[in-house]
Design a protein around this ligand. Structure first.
Ligand code: NAD
Length: 300
């Protein structure tokens, strides 16, 4: 490893943010103010979704938030789910809530996301909040891109005028990430290239990246010959692969070949322990904002 390479410790930053939120909740309690309350709807019993939701509920407990987990059966109708959403929209005790994705095939995901009150949309997926993000208005930023911005901020990584290449254009990571990096903000102001599966000559882009944000879901896709010296690497990918070397029999791998690429990088996020833990920290920040009513008051 190049001694000049800085490893971005997302686990540490996430815990720091959670400690900061804990102190703010203690302050609320001392002043007899309302405790932030996050609800989560989980449809069905998909293993990965169960794990993610459980982690979110545990994080709420750790910082002192109230949390409610609403479990609905795999075969719940779209109508019933919409009714639940309507109830949460009008429940004054719930400040924000999420609907864990993906949803079963018979439910229209966009219809569900649009039904969530934008004021309570702490995942930042409602079209109104996506629009506000694009216009640089106060909003709830989607958790993973928001987590990445916080890592750039806490590590004081200079982004202004840099060429940022984002690989992947999903609605939850790549696409919002490209918008955030281009905005006229302290940790934006990049010239952004958004690459995807139809990009021709991807390597030409990656070799010219000052900041490379990779979110495509192909393990160790980015190799040393694809990046320049001094690049900042943000690896969003998480793939579970079989491994004979771990007790569990599997390990998590990113989209970047870490061992090869790290020596060339100025900063790099490891997998696990980089971007992943920040997603939860972002959700907690958004919930705190929702309980304060900050986001929408700023415009009203
Ligand atoms: P997705 O699967 O929805 O989309 C993948 C994107 O990669 C697509 O836009 C596609 O155009 C692009 N792509 C595919 N093959 C490509 C190629 N050969 N060259 C260039 N682009 C290509 O992606 P997603 O939901 O954003 O997830 C991406 C990865 O990030 C996954 O590994 C996922 O598990 C992980 N993820 C991690 C977090 C976290 O908290 N760390 C959060 C969300 C997703």
């Amino acid at each position: 490893m190049n001694t000049l390479t800085q490893i971005i410790d997302g686990k540490l930053i996430s815990l720091q943010i959670q400690d900061e939120i804990f102190l703010q909740v203690e302050e609320l309690k001392k002043n007899n103010k309302k405790i932030p309350h996050l609800a989560a709807i989980l449809v069905g019993s998909d293993g990965a979704s169960e794990t993610y939701v459980a982690a979110k509920v545990r994080a709420c407990e750790r910082v002192g938030f109230n949390s409610t987990l609403i479990r609905l059966p795999e075969l719940v109708s779209e109508q019933e789910l919409l009714k639940k959403i309507k109830d949460l929209n009008t429940d004054s005790d719930v400040d924000g809530y999420i609907v864990q994705l993906p949803l079963p095939k018979h439910i229209n995901e966009y219809k569900i996301l649009e039904a969530i009150s934008p004021q309570k949309d702490v995942d930042g997926f409602h079209p109104q909040n996506v629009g506000r993000m694009a216009l640089n208005l106060p909003t709830y930023l989607p958790a993973t891109p928001f987590g990445i911005i916080q890592l750039l901020e806490r590590y004081k990584i200079d982004t202004i005028g840099k060429h940022c290449v984002v690989i992947g254009r999903s609605h939850i990571v790549g696409s919002p990430m490209s918008i955030l990096m281009a905005r006229n903000t302290a940790f934006g102001n990049c010239t952004v290239s958004l690459c995807h599966s139809r990009t021709v000559n991807l390597k030409e882009f990656t070799l010219n990246a000052d900041i490379l944000i990779v979110a495509l879901g192909i393990p160790e896709f980015i190799t040393a010959d694809m990046v320049k010296d001094g690049v900042v690497i943000i690896d969003v990918g998480i793939t579970r692969i079989i491994s004979g070397k771990t007790k569990s029999g599997f390990k998590l791998v990113g989209d970047v070949n870490y061992d090869e690429v790290a020596p060339k990088a100025s900063f790099i996020t490891p997998v696990p322990g980089g971007v992943g833990p920040m997603t939860i920290a972002s959700l907690l920040i958004n919930t705190l904002k929702a309980s304060r009513g900050d986001v929408y008051q700023q415009l009203d």
